[in-house]
Write a protein that binds this ligand. Structure first.
Ligand code: ADP
Length: 426
C-alpha cells in the first residue's frame, strides 16, 4: 500500500508542475504527451524485464527498482523462496519414503489400472525376481503362478490373500495381498511366511508321528487284551507271557510320554546358567548303572582325563548323556566295547561317546536329531526306543551353549561328541 500511495503521490505532484510549465510555455499538450509516453516506456521496460526474468526462472536476485515495481519483485522473490522451501521439504519426504520402503521387510509393488508395474521396492525385486527395467510390464506376465493370477482376478482380492512359492528363492513361501488405493491403483504386498508354514508342517508331522507311535503299542496291547478275554483256554505260563508283553508295551508308551513331556519342558523353560554339575561323578554313576544290565560289565570303558565340571542342569545333562550311552550300547553288538571320554581341549570340555556298532550313513547324520527320525524304523522299533532320545540330547546341549558333533561310518561305528564352551566351566 505504501508503494501505491507514493506512486499516486508522485503523479499527483507531477501533474500541477507539468500544467504550470505547460501554460507558461504554451506546450501543455506536448508536455503531457511526452510525460505519458515516458511513464509508459518505463512500464513497458519493467514488464519486459519481469517477463525475461520469469522466462529464465531466476528471481533469486532482486533488480534495482523503486516504487511499485520494487514491491512486485519483492513479492515474487518471497513466493519463490517459499516454493523452494516447500520443494525441499517434499523432496526430503520423498527421500524418506524411498528409504523406508527400501528398508521394508515386505515386498511392495504399485500396480496400474491394467496390472502394469509402476514401482517396486528392493525386497520385491529380491523375492519376486522383478527388475527395475520391468516398469510398465504387466505383473501377471512376470509372476506366472496360476494361483496368483486367479487371485489377482478374483472379485475381492483385498479381502483375501494367496500363498505362493518365491520364483527366485528356493523354499521361500510368500503371502501376497493386493490393496486398492487412489484412482485405479493397487498396492501388492508380499510377506515371507516360510517360517510359519514350516511350523505348521512340523506341528502336523508331530501330531501324526505321536499318534502313529502311540497307536502301535496300543494296537499290540489291545490284541493281547482280546487274547486274555479267553482266559480259560490259557495256561499260567501263557498268561504270564501275555502280561509281560502288555507290560512292555505299556512301558514303551510311558517312555514316550515321559520323553515328550521332557522335550516340552526343555522348550518352555527359560535357560539359566545353573549350578556346578560334577560331570565325572555323573558319568561314573551312569556307566555303573548301565554296566549292571550288561553281560560283560567291562563293556563300557570310562576315561576321565579332567576333573573339570560345568555349569548347568544336572537332570537335563544326566538325561542327555544317558541317551547317548544307551544308544551306543543299543546300536552295537553285545560284545563290542563302548568308550566314554571326558577331557579338556583349549579350555573347552569334551564328552565323547564312541561305539563300534552299525554306524550311520552320511545322509542320515543331519536328520537323526529330528524328533521321531529313525534310520531303520523296523530295527529301531525292535530295539525299543522312542525316536526322541537324540532330539532331547540336542535340546539339552543347546540350552548349555554346547555343540553336538556326530562322526560315523556304516558298519564301523559312531562317535557322538558334546563340546561345552569355556564359559560353562566351573
Ligand atoms: P531311538 O529311540 O530310536 O534310539 P534316538 O533319537 O535316540 O531314537 O536315535 C535316532 C536314531 O538315530 C535311531 O533310531 C538310530 O537309527 C540312530 N542312532 C542313534 N544313535 C546311534 C548309534 N550310536 N549308532 C547308530 N545309530 C544310531
Amino acid at each position: 500500500m505504501k508503494a501505491w500511495n507514493s506512486e499516486i503521490l508522485t503523479l499527483a505532484m507531477l501533474l500541477p508542475v507539468l500544467l504550470i510549465i505547460g501554460f507558461s510555455t504554451g506546450y501543455t499538450v506536448e508536455l503531457l504527451l511526452l510525460t505519458t509516453v515516458t511513464i509508459l516506456a518505463r512500464q513497458v521496460y519493467q514488464i519486459n524485464r519481469l517477463e525475461r526474468m520469469l522466462r529464465q526462472g531466476r528471481v533469486s536476485r532482486l533488480p534495482e527498482t523503486k516504487g511499485i515495481w520494487e514491491d512486485i519483485y519483492y513479492h515474487l522473490y518471497r513466493m519463490k523462496k517459499a516454493d523452494k522451501r516447500r520443494k525441499k521439504k517434499l523432496s526430503k519426504m520423498v527421500d524418506q519414503f524411498r528409504k523406508s520402503t527400501a528398508a521394508l521387510p515386505d515386498a511392495a509393488v504399485v500396480l496400474g489400472e491394467n496390472d502394469e508395474i509402476e514401482w517396486t521396492n528392493k525386497t520385491a525385486r529380491d523375492v519376486l525376481g522383478l527388475k527395475k527395467g520391468d516398469k510398465g510390464q504387466r505383473l501377471p506376465n512376470l509372476l506366472r503362478s496360476p494361483d496368483f493370477i486367479e487371485y489377482l482376478h478374483c472379485e475381492d482380492p483385498a479381502g483375501s490373500s494367496v500363498i505362493i512359492q518365491s520364483p527366485v528363492i528356493d523354499g521361500m513361501m510368500l503371502e501376497l495381498k493386493v490393496v486398492p488405493y487412489g484412482t485405479g491403483l493397487r498396492l501388492l504386498l508380499a510377506h515371507d511366511v516360510t517360517e510359519m508354514k514350516n511350523m505348521e508342517r512340523m506341528r502336523k508331522d508331530f501330531v501324526a508321528n505321536v499318534s502313529h507311535e502311540l497307536r502301535t503299542p496300543l494296537t499290540v496291547l489291545k490284541g493281547y487284551l482280546e487274547t486274555v478275554q479267553d482266559v480259560d483256554s490259557m495256561d499260567a505260563q501263557q498268561l504270564r507271557n501275555v502280561i509281560a508283553e502288555m507290560l512292555a508295551q505299556a512301558e514303551r508308551m510311558q517312555h514316550m510320554v515321559d520323553d515328550l513331556l521332557l522335550l516340552a519342558r526343555l522348550e518352555s523353560r527359560q535357560q539359566k546358567k545353573g549350578r556346578c554339575v560334577h560331570v565325572p561323578e555323573l558319568l561314573e554313576q551312569l556307566c555303573r548303572d548301565a554296566s549292571l544290565l550288561e553281560a560283560d560289565p567291562a563293556r563300557i570303558q570310562l576315561s576321565v582325563a579332567s576333573k573339570v565340571n560345568i555349569y548347568g542342569n544336572e537332570q537335563e545333562l544326566r538325561s542327555a548323556f544317558n541317551n547317548l550311552l544307551i544308544n551306543a550300547l543299543k546300536y552295537s553288538p553285545r560284545e563290542a566295547p563302548v568308550q566314554v571320554n571326558w577331557y579338556e581341549r583349549d579350555g573347552a570340555m569334551y564328552l565323547d561317546v564312541e561305539d563300534q556298532g552299525i554306524g550311520i550313513a552320511a545322509a542320515d547324520i543331519s536328520r537323526i536329531t529330528e524328533r521321531f527320525y529313525r534310520v531303520d524304523i523296523n530295527r529301531s522299533r525292535k530295539l525299543s526306543g522312542t525316536g526322541l532320545g537324540l532330539a532331547i540330547v540336542k535340546h539339552v546341549l543347546v540350552r548349555h551353549d554346547a555343540e553336538l558333533k556326530i562322526d560315523s561310518e556304516l558298519g564301523k561305528g559312531s562317535r557322538f561328541r558334546c563340546i561345552f564352551p569355556p564359559h560353562r566351566v566351573c
